[in-house]
Ligand binder design. Structure first.
Ligand SMILES: C[S@@+](CC[C@H](N)C(=O)[O-])C[C@H]1O[C@@H](n2cnc3c(N)ncnc32)[C@H](O)[C@@H]1O
Length: 278
């Protein structure tokens, strides 16, 4: 067997053994998918710890409230949904809708949430993404989110705009704005190109070596364009404005090579829907 296949088989066996150990030891959390199904985040990232960490960011940086109606754009296999089950709806009102292009992740979530958490709903979108759904048949650049105007108070997209091309990202900003109510917040992670990250890239400090830091969009890997995408920060501010979204805060991420005060690996932005477009 060729070495890469052998390595993949070895990892798969190890993950299955760990899943079995969790089940036998009664440690399996019903909202944590088996390790062999994880397809989000780094191989060594912790599904539960990352979700818990982001719930903290949603609250402290994004002002998330238990009564909020939440949209999870590119919800994957429920890494952000899991901690939200203990937060949304406490005291009434909060609901969650997630969609993703990965049918396995959505099927798993639908099966594991919808009976015990009826305020959580998951939908699959058949969209092409070279990294996550190469068999997808439709373009995300023309996709209309399957929700009514103004339906949500809080839209989140963790590690999603980092996997979208320019036309797709523009469309998703427009759709996030359309489906947010006035005063609603968009919480999203990005790789932003600005003076700080450009200096880090030039010095070889950045964790991801985007090859065209002076462009307004830079692809990490031309062969798999959606593997990782960085956008110019001024481009983002301008792209938000026509949709009535105002950038309210930017929290620079550890990918820039200085982890000390970074809340997360990617840059986090919060934008607020004011309704007034310019
Ligand atoms: C790195 S994962 C992050 C998943 C999830 N947001 C999380 O933090 O656990 C990127 C996700 O974006 C999804 N995705 C890629 N293109 C998408 C698109 N056009 N629309 C919705 N989701 C998309 C992928 O299927 C994948 O689940």
């Amino acid at each position: 067997m060729p070495a890469p296949l052998l390595e993949r088989a070895r990892i798969s066996l190890r993950l299955r053994a760990l899943d079995l150990r969790d089940r036998v030891g009664g440690r399996a959390d019903p909202l944590v998918p088996p390790r062999r199904m994880h397809f989000v985040g780094h191989a060594d990232s912790d599904f539960v710890a990352t979700g818990d960490e982001f719930l903290g960011h949603f609250r402290t940086l994004g002002g998330l409230q238990p009564s909020d109606r939440v949209l999870d754009i590119g919800c994957g296999i429920g890494r952000m949904a899991r901690p939200l089950t203990g937060f949304l709806g406490v005291g009434g009102g909060g609901v969650y809708d997630g969609f993703d292009v990965n049918p396995d992740g959505i099927a798993w979530c639908a099966q594991h949430y919808e009976s015990d958490h009826p305020n959580f709903t998951f939908v699959v979108a058949d969209l092409f993404n070279s990294r996550y759904n190469p068999a997808g048949t439709q373009s995300a650049a023309q996709f209309t989110f399957p929700y009514a105007d103004g339906r949500f108070d809080f839209a989140l997209a963790t590690s999603v705009f980092t996997h979208l091309l320019e036309g797709e990202a523009e469309r998703y900003l427009a759709e996030a704005a359309r489906t947010l109510a006035l005063g609603g917040r968009l919480f999203a992670t990005w790789f932003l190109l600005d003076d700080g990250s450009r200096a880090a890239l030039a010095a070889g400090r950045a964790a991801l070596a985007f090859p065209e830091p002076d462009a307004h969009v830079s692809l990490l890997d031309e062969d798999v364009p959606e593997e990782a995408v960085a956008f110019d920060r001024a481009w983002l501010t301008d792209a938000l404005r026509p949709h009535g979204l105002t950038l309210t805060s930017v929290h620079e991420g550890g990918w820039r090579g200085e982890r000390r005060n970074a809340p997360s690996f990617q840059d986090i932005i919060v934008a607020t829907k004011s309704g007034a477009s310019a």
